[in-house]
Design a protein around this ligand. Sequence first.
Ligand code: SF4
Length: 233
Amino acid sequence: MIQLSIDGRNINAREGTPLVDVAHENGVYIPTLCYQKGKPCLGTCRVCTVKVGSAVVAGCTVPVAHGMQVEVNTPELVDMRKSLIESLFAEGTHNCPSCEKSGRCDLQAVGIELGMMVSRFEYRFTPRDKDYSAQRIMLERDRCIFCQRCVEWVRDEETGQKIFSIQGRGAQARIEINAELADKMSAEQVREAARLCPVGTIIDKSLGYNEPIGQRKYDLKSVREHALAGEQP
Ligand code: SF4
């Protein structure tokens, strides 16, 4: 066990545990999107930005060590994390009221948790074609936040090949699906891929709006409550 401080409070933790997990275990909420507990961190979204000493870092990428001094809830860091969420809403097209993932969407839930009402950035609504090529999966590409969860963790069960990939760069970047491999996925794998996507990009064609408003994941418990209970995301 080692000792570190978070926002001036001394905390005991197991050395090497991801900082976001230690914070959540001790009642300090740090928002995340690409991170999934128990899996290697991707560090792509930076929504878990905190300060360790004088360095601004992604909390999911930092294993805790003895003597670490961590700042999470300073006004500057709170606003920095909020601005990252606002930039994601400005970059893609997120029409929450009509989205199949609404009420179960991590981006929407974190936006609500951070008190976002509008984006301070100009909305771009970057147009990206939908992809219907796979039999059981549809891609609503303009919602993708390029977290890479699907790229890293959805694999062909026989060969281990990646089923999703990101092609292009900058404004031309888009998520692609290998339809041949996707058509070999079991119904359960398809559901898991749709669940894994933190927004409504990966859609299971066999399901739609199947959870009534009031009973969806984030209707029942906020993203903060999920995180502090160790259930995130
Ligand atoms: S499709 Fe979903 S899981 Fe895949 S990179 Fe985009 S947002 Fe992330």
